[in-house]
Design a protein around this ligand. Structure first.
Ligand code: 5GP
Length: 210
């Protein structure tokens, strides 16, 4: 019997807000026990139902800054006027547990990680395990409809997000995979297929000997 040991994946998913990323990612972590979200830090206020330490680590601007100064973040960025970041410790702890990690981060954060994968010091741990996916809306008109229809944000917030979405779309070519989220079932099928295929990559396997 051949048994292979697999290094856990670090899967990054970015999308303009309203493209359907949260729906797709939530479904993925629900279906597959072996992958879970990394919990980010943010300076934005919690939304209704969000729990500190589960949805995000909600930090004051000062506490966030202290962690930046102490070089505790793997990446961090300002998104829609608030700061967000992933702590190195969070990722290392998740990977140590052997589980795949899903990072829902913006295009700036993904760019910083890509740069680290290519040129960072002490980056061997991340090189073999990194996968990134961009989720695009089928059109800007569709995105507008989705954002207005969501009803959870104020008008000024929606306008800011739409302007930002236009900028974010320009980043799609930097990713390894892109999913245009026209029909949610098809998009989900694509996302789970990527996860399954990436779990079979030889570069992440150990145990056969040669
Ligand atoms: P929200 O405030 O709606 O939860 O997230 C807003 C945006 O911030 C989303 O595009 C999300 O991907 C991004 N985001 C969440 N956590 C992080 C993080 O740790 N780093 C970066 N760069 N972006 C993040």
């Amino acid at each position: 019997m051949i048994t292979l040991e697999r290094k856990p994946l670090l899967m990054i998913v970015s999308a303009p807000s309203g493209a359907g990323k949260t729906t797709l990612c939530d479904r993925l972590v629900k279906e597959f026990d072996c992958i879970s979200y990394s919990v980010s830090c943010t300076t934005r206020a919690p939304r209704e139902g969000e729990i500190d330490g589960v949805s995000y680590y909600f930090l004051s601007a000062e506490a966030f800054d202290q962690r930046v100064q102490a070089d505790e973040f793997l990446e961090h960025a300002t998104v829609h006027g608030n700061r967000y970041g992933t702590l190195k410790e969070t990722i290392h702890d998740s990977l140590k547990s052997g589980r795949d990690v899903l990072m829902d981060i913006d295009v700036q954060g993904a760019e910083q990680i890509r740069e680290y994968v290519l040129n960072g010091t002490d980056n061997e741990w991340i090189q073999d395990i990194y996968v990134d996916i961009f989720i695009a809306p089928p059109s800007m008109e569709d995105l507008q409809l989705r954002l207005w229809g969501r009803g959870s944000d104020e008008e000024s917030v929606i306008r800011r997000r739409l302007a930002r979405a236009q900028e974010e779309l320009a980043y799609w070519r930097q990713y390894q995979y892109v999913i245009v989220n026209d029909r949610i079932e098809d998009s989900y099928h694509a996302l789970r297929s990527i996860l399954i295929a990436e779990r079979h990559r030889v570069q992440r396997m150990q145990g056969l000997g040669h």
